[in-house]
Design a protein around this ligand. Structure first.
Ligand code: SF4
Length: 399
């Protein structure tokens, strides 16, 4: 099985990001993963992403140690396990970031910024830290679950972005520079288009990158959007993947079945699931999750409005009908044979199987669908045996 070589550059890129974050030279902003990191970087903030930490707690399978700590504080174990794992780790005064990247501690925030385009949980999560660190918490609250995005929606969200400026100036001590914001947005757009191209290489057969690889290689597009490092990283990765396509190299040669993954990754089981699909000669070629960081709408000539649009029209913030249409176009473009819906028990926001979408999708496209139960971080909600049987039976049915 082919292993992507750019993984060594990924490790270096992540290490540099965390070393830089912990060097104490800049003010720190904490930001949600689809939050306005470009605007924050225009004030020279170093930006830290608690959700990235949540994913790391899931992937290192340490989340299970910390979730009960947050539960003791009154957070239900049924809510977002990124939130409970992250707050639990904070209360336990530990983190894999200390051992993996040599940080002395997670840098304390000078300002915290979230966007409820993904969920309301993010507001509660980040407000907890606002109280802990006694720092300003700024929230963007776009209209949710949109079918159409109107001009007035964009105006509303764009004004919310603009309203962040005075607090960011105060906290950072940097006067807002429109040109710097435009430049950051331009860098972000370049990285995001490269990331999209990376994901689209999986339209080929043999498939040069799977969903499971992409969940790892998406690190820089989340934490380094708006920097040259993200661009450099995706240029190198894309070159490797293009070379593999040219030379007929793939993760599986040939795949017998092509799957679309909807919903969150099961971070603590990425390797097991990746091996399971490979063993069954199946490639998971596209996903809602990884595509969520392909922001097409950034336009440096229209910085506030285009940022508002890009962060409002993300998949998770759209209506059921728009989501269905988006999945249908993935099914067509990536020549999908089957769609797996991961129903994450602690994130209904990113689980799309509860209101009949799998059946509607099958009816409208003829593609087979399967719902599996699990979670992003809390492995108590995941049964490996049952899921393996379900997935293997599903694949057998298709090929
Ligand atoms: S979208 Fe889901 S996983 Fe992400 S922060 Fe919100 S509840 Fe948690």
């Amino acid at each position: 099985m082919y292993k992507i070589k750019t993984i060594s550059l990924l490790k270096e890129t992540m290490q540099n990001y965390f070393s830089d974050l912990g060097n104490g030279e800049n003010k720190i902003a904490w930001c949600s993963s689809a939050g306005p990191s470009e605007l924050l970087r225009a004030f020279n903030f170093k930006v830290y992403f608690p959700e990235n930490h949540g994913a790391l707690l899931g992937a290192t399978r340490t989340a299970g140690d910390y979730i009960p700590v947050a539960t003791k504080l009154g957070y239900s174990s049924d809510i977002c396990s990124y939130l409970t794992a992250d707050i639990g780790a904070y209360l336990s005064k530990t983190s894999p970031l200390l051992t993996h990247y040599g940080l002395k501690e997670i840098p304390k925030p000078d300002v915290i910024v979230y966007n409820t385009n993904q969920c309301r949980e993010i507001q509660d999560w980040f407000s907890f830290y606002g109280n802990e660190f006694n720092c300003p918490v700024l929230g963007i609250q776009p209209p949710r679950y949109l079918t159409e995005i109107t001009k007035s929606d964009i105006e509303d969200v764009s004004n919310q972005f603009k309203n962040m400026v005075p607090t960011c100036e105060n906290v950072s001590g940097v006067t807002f520079d429109l040109d710097l914001f435009k430049e950051t947005l331009k860098l972000s757009k370049e990285a995001t288009l490269l990331w999209k191209e990376v994901l689209e290489t999986a339209k080929n057969s043999p498939v040069p990158i799977s969903f499971f690889d992409s969940t790892i290689h998406m690190g820089p597009i989340v934490i380094l959007r708006g920097t040259q490092q993200a661009i450099k990283y995706y240029e190198v990765l894309l070159n490797e993947l293009k070379d593999n396509i040219k030379n007929g190299r793939g993760i599986l040669e040939p795949e017998l079945c092509r799957i679309y993954w909807d919903g969150m990754p099961i971070w603590g089981k990425l390797k097991n699931l990746s091996n399971l699909f490979i063993k069954n000669k199946t490639a998971v070629v596209a996903s809602t999750y990884c595509n969520s960081w392909a922001f097409n709408d950034f336009d440096e000539n229209n910085p506030f409005e285009s940022t508002a649009l890009a962060y409002t029209n993300i998949f998770i913030n759209r209506s059921e009908s728009v989501k269905l249409d988006m999945i249908k176009s993935f099914v067509k473009d990536f020549r999908i044979d089957g769609v797996i819906f991961h129903e994450a028990k602690t994130c209904f926001n990113n689980s799309n199987s509860s209101f009949g979408m799998p059946l509607r999708l099958k009816k409208e496209t003829g593609v087979e669908t399967l719902v599996i139960e699990g979670d992003l971080c809390d492995l108590r909600f995941f049964s490996e045996g049952q899921t393996t049987t379900k997935i293997e039976t599903f694949i057998e049915q298709i090929i």
